[in-house]
Design a protein around this ligand. Structure first.
Ligand SMILES: CCCCCCCCCCCCCC(=O)SCCNC(=O)CCNC(=O)[C@H](O)C(C)(C)COP(=O)(O)OP(=O)(O)OC[C@H]1O[C@@H](n2cnc3c(N)ncnc32)[C@H](O)[C@@H]1OP(=O)(O)O
Length: 226
């Protein structure tokens, strides 16, 4: 069996049904996503007049229709990622083809630390002048999950605890570091933090990941059970 059956009997798309794309197409889509990120911030910040807004909305709708002329049911994958895992090109955190991803650039470092580098723009504003806490939680969840996958047991987030030490600024380079603290059978515990320029910790998080019992898709490197 290769389907992933989640709680409630819902069947998630099989990995082998995914479209696997090469580096050239991924780079092309990444370029498109980068332009859409610029567009998104332009929408939030624009001060052009209402006629211009209406004209641009019409053009954007036409562009969307062009992309939808041929579309898949699921986002594409790429074969190699962090620690040989399947690369989720459209991850909302690390996926460079996903316009809503910052995206975070991930490096697996010596000593089991998984480091991410990213900059958030005004689109991610929460309290005026600072990043929304839900956005840093999203980034930390993904990085903790990658640390679990890379240095422990890949799994789904069972718990995620956040501690917001100080507001996270946007428009400046941020670093996130995550590492596994321990594993117990199917459970992996990890900790992470976000660093602002100058090295001050803005957010800390701990999480527990549980490798689910349902059959995992081929290629995730997590098919064994405890
Ligand atoms: C899947 C692999 C993906 C790899 C991708 C990696 C890279 C991407 C990174 C992506 C990052 C983003 C990732 C995302 O966004 S993941 C998306 C967000 N998370 C979910 O949707 C998870 C939903 N929950 C579940 O599916 C199940 O509840 C899971 C699978 C978590 C456990 O259901 P399962 O039926 O399998 O477990 P069990 O009941 O036999 O319990 C087993 C053990 O665990 C302990 N326990 C369980 N839950 C909790 C809890 N809440 N607090 C404390 N403890 C808990 C439990 O006491 C027991 O301990 P023990 O009695 O044995 O000591």
């Amino acid at each position: 069996m290769t389907e992933v059956e989640a709680a409630g009997g819902r069947t998630i798309g099989r990995l082998e049904d995914r479209r696997w794309i090469g580096e050239e197409r991924a780079a092309q889509l990444a370029e498109l996503a980068a332009r859409v990120r610029e567009l998104t911030e332009a929408v939030v910040l624009t001060e052009v007049d209402s006629a211009e807004i209406a004209a641009v909305a019409e053009q954007v709708a036409a562009l969307t229709a062009r992309l939808n002329a041929a579309r898949d049911q699921y986002p594409p994958m790429a074969a190699e990622g962090t620690n040989g895992m399947v690369r989720q090109l459209a991850s909302p955190v690390t996926g460079r083809i996903n316009p809503i991803a910052p995206p975070v650039t991930v490096t697996v470092c010596e000593g089991g630390v998984v480091r991410g580098e990213f900059t958030l723009n005004t689109v991610y504003e929460g309290p005026p002048g600072f990043v929304h806490g839900g956005v840093t939680a999203l980034v930390l969840d993904q990085m903790l999950g990658l640390a679990a996958a890379s240095g422990g047991v890949p799994g789904l987030t069972a718990t995620l605890d956040m501690c917001y030490r100080r507001p996270t600024p946007y428009g400046v380079p941020l670093t996130v570091e995550a590492r596994v603290t321990r594993t117990e059978g199917r459970k992996t515990f990890a900790e992470a933090h976000v660093l602002a320029p100058g090295g001050k910790v803005t957010v800390e998080a701990t999480a527990m990941f549980v490798r689910p019992l349902f059959q995992l898709p081929q290629g995730t490197g997590a098919s064994e059970r405890n």
